[in-house]
Design a protein around this ligand. Structure first.
Ligand code: F6R
Length: 250
């Protein structure tokens, strides 16, 4: 099964951002009413900055675009400065002409997490599914908050974060200390993500090299959730040289 993911290697993280933003802008031009799936984290920040520039230059109009985000910390209100709703507003939504009511981020304070997750899936179905889902990848191969062991047909649900993910998100980039990081999150499932018509996964830096190699060259296994994208008909990884450094060495 390995080998059907297309991999584009760029010289550095800046180049990954430019390439990814150009691909997304092209997709928006081809379909101005596109449904985009989006990710948070450090990796797509450069892409969002590039998209904001392209939007200003009228190369990536967001007025007709609908978005769905992968995940949200459980217990964080959208106004919390570490919530993914806040991340998306400040990194992208406030900088482009997207209609706020067309942006969907799971509510981390919903009364009933199961209903919130079901409603999220229903909204995706109601708009005809996601055309392009932008993803990052965790050092342990997670996509969204689907940690190792997540099943290929998992749906949007309340999940627990692994200690590795908690530590990665409290290294000073986001939360200051591990005890500040919520232990759970609402996350789109692997099955939810796999239904997108195309997938664009970004990875930069040597910390991601092992996960990228396992995802692309390794077995199709829940031990590396990103490997469960291998049989997707339209999945591209855009990675920098450092993240590509272990590819082809299995
Ligand atoms: C974010 C998400 C996560 C991140 C991953 C990598 O919405 O779903 O899977 O993509 O943890 O994070 P960064 O980019 O911060 O290394």
């Amino acid at each position: 099964m390995a080998g059907s993911v297309k991999v584009k290697v760029c010289k550095d993280a800046g180049d990954v951002a430019v390439q990814a933003a150009q691909m997304i802008a092209k997709a928006i031009k081809a379909n101005p009413r596109i449904v985009l799936g989006l990710a948070t984290g450090s990796t797509p920040e450069g892409t969002y900055a590039e998209l904001a520039k392209l939007n200003k230059a009228k190369q990536a109009p967001f007025a007709g675009v609908t978005t769905f985000n992968l995940d949200e910390y459980w217990g964080l209100d959208g106004d919390h400065d570490q919530s993914y709703r806040h991340f998306m507003n400040t990194r992208l939504f406030d900088k482009v002409d997207v209609r706020p009511w067309n942006t969907h981020v799971l509510d981390g304070t919903a009364d009933n997490p199961m209903l919130e997750c079901q409603a999220f899936e229903t909204k995706i179905l109601a708009v005809g599914g996601v055309d392009l889902w932008l993803l990052g990848i965790g050092g342990n191969g997670h996509v969204a908050f689907n940690e190792p062991g997540s099943s290929v047909d998992s749906r949007t649900r309340l999940v627990s974060l692994t200690q590795e993910t908690i530590d990665a998100n409290s290294d000073g980039r986001f939360f200051k200390k591990a005890s500040d990081v919520p232990r759970c999150a609402l996350s789109a499932g692997i099955g939810t993500i796999r239904e997108a018509r195309s997938i664009l996964l970004l990875a930069t830096g040597e910390k991601k090299a092992r996960a990228v190699a396992d995802a692309v060259d390794g077995p199709f296994t829940p031990d590396c959730p990103a490997s469960l994208l291998q049989d997707h008909p339209n999945c591209t990884f855009i990675v920098d040289k450092a993240a590509a450094s272990l590819l082809g060495k299995k």
